[in-house]
Design a protein. Structure first.
Length: 231
């Protein structure tokens, strides 16, 4: 894959970012958000309820940006209705904010349930008009975003990030709306192809692991004669 640079670049004014395309600007993360919040956990909720509203936590967010909703944690609908923040909408960007998996990020591309919320371990970020929500997701989950967020982590035993982190994280983005959409669209297509390739390779690896185990079993139990046979 051959990628071409932009025609002109200029100094961003921030040492670690360096040069950026001529028509791009640098923004603090807080100026790209319309809201930032997290949810809460109902006493007696979680795995103890048989029905209710899906409460999404860090365990439901995978490192590859996908969501695993197979093991639901629930809050009652009454509790959900009283929540002031943490109620999920499509295209919300999610960030694990404490524990061993700080920095895991996902975007809610589709709501699997009519009502969904995040618990107290996840930040819910909603983009404003300056940025496409998909581009916001890619900025945060990319290497630069992840490293910046990790630098704001505080605490040793149970580390975490607080809401102030959005004033300490910087991103450079184009000002033109079509350019932003083009970047998000390109990354959607490119990462989708890569994910499919990864899954195909994983299937082949699993097949080879099974074949290796079967081969060892057949050879050591005398099911095949390997004398004079090259491996």
């Amino acid at each position: 894959m051959k990628l071409k640079p932009y025609p002109e670049y200029r100094d961003s004014g921030i040492q670690w970012i360096g040069e950026i395309p001529e028509r791009w600007e640098v923004h603090r993360l807080k100026f790209l958000l319309s809201s930032l919040g997290s949810g809460s956990r109902e006493t007696g909720g979680g795995s103890q309820l048989d029905e209710g509203v899906f409460s999404l936590g860090g365990e439901h967010i995978n490192w590859d940006g996908t969501l695993n909703l197979e093991n639901p944690k629930l809050i009652s609908e009454e509790y959900y209705n009283k929540m002031n923040q943490g109620k999920l909408k499509e295209n919300d960007v999610l960030l694990v904010k404490d524990g061993a998996t700080i920095g895991k990020t996902a975007i809610l591309r589709k709501k699997e349930f009519e009502k969904m919320a995040v618990n107290e371990h996840v930040f819910l970020m909603r983009s404003n008009k300056r940025i496409d929500p998909k581009l916001l997701y890619y900025l945060i989950c990319g290497d630069s975003g992840f490293k910046q967020i990790k630098l704001t982590e505080a605490g040793s035993a149970q580390g975490g990030i607080n809401q102030d982190f959005i004033a300490k994280v910087y991103f450079s983005i184009p000002e033109d709306k079509q350019d932003k959409a083009a970047i998000a669209s390109y990354l959607d297509q490119a990462t989708s192809k890569m994910d499919k390739t990864i899954k195909l390779i994983e299937k082949k690896i699993n097949f080879l692991e099974e074949y290796k185990s079967s081969l060892i079993h057949h050879v050591v139990t005398g099911k095949v004669d390997v004398k004079g046979v090259e491996a």
